[in-house]
Design a protein around this ligand. Structure first.
Ligand SMILES: CC(C)(COP(=O)(O)OP(=O)(O)OC[C@H]1O[C@@H](n2cnc3c(N)ncnc32)[C@H](O)[C@@H]1OP(=O)(O)O)[C@@H](O)C(=O)NCCC(=O)NCCS
Length: 146
């Protein structure tokens, strides 16, 4: 599949595209302010894959030695082609460059596709947070130390 990976950049049209695919597939509702928070503060850690319209995105941040993956989504129809893995691997490489020694995230305990992706990349399940999401779902905290 012909896809290119770009920095998301502080481009409101691109942010709207990312918001649309995230709101289709993630249960948590995020406002535009959340997207701007990530893109304006950590532009190098916010990526999108496009063909040429946006089909996948990852938004992350870095705080000292800790990286954090806030959102990852690949549009249905573009899944199982390695795009999610590619975006996470690129984000981790960039976190390393910024001096991070670990990365973590939360994922719903029933999200087999995401848990399988992160298992393959070597992430460990540290703790389970009950009733973590607004929809009442439980979450695993996952982490990877570099
Ligand atoms: C999770 C998600 C980002 C994966 O993206 P993707 O581009 O399909 O992932 P990849 O192609 O890189 O898959 C890597 C591995 O993840 C696992 N995986 C992905 N989709 C899966 C599925 N539907 N069922 C089981 N395992 C799956 C597989 O182990 C896969 O490796 P394989 O294809 O060699 O078997 C995508 O399914 C998605 O956007 N889901 C909805 C949003 C979401 O859950 N985001 C994560 C929140 S924490």
């Amino acid at each position: 599949m012909e896809l290119t990976v770009h920095d998301l950049e502080n481009d409101e049209k691109k942010l709207d595209e990312v918001m649309a695919i995230v709101s289709d597939d993630l249960s948590e509702p995020y406002s535009i302010f959340t997207y701007r928070y990530f893109v304006r503060n950590w532009p190098q850690l916010c990526l999108r894959a496009a063909n040429p319209e946006t089909v996948a995105a990852v938004l992350c941040k870095a705080d000292g030695p800790s990286g954090y993956i806030a959102m990852l989504v690949v549009r249905s129809g573009f899944r199982r082609f390695g795009i999610g893995t590619q975006l996470i691997s690129a984000s981790i490489d960039r976190m390393r460059t910024l001096g991070c020694a670990e990365v973590f995230l939360e994922a719903e305990v029933t999200n087999k596709m995401a848990l399988s992706l992160y298992d393959k990349l070597g992430f460990l399940r540290d703790v389970c947070f009950f009733n973590y999401y607004l929809n009442g779902a439980d979450a695993y905290k996952l982490s990877l130390r570099f």
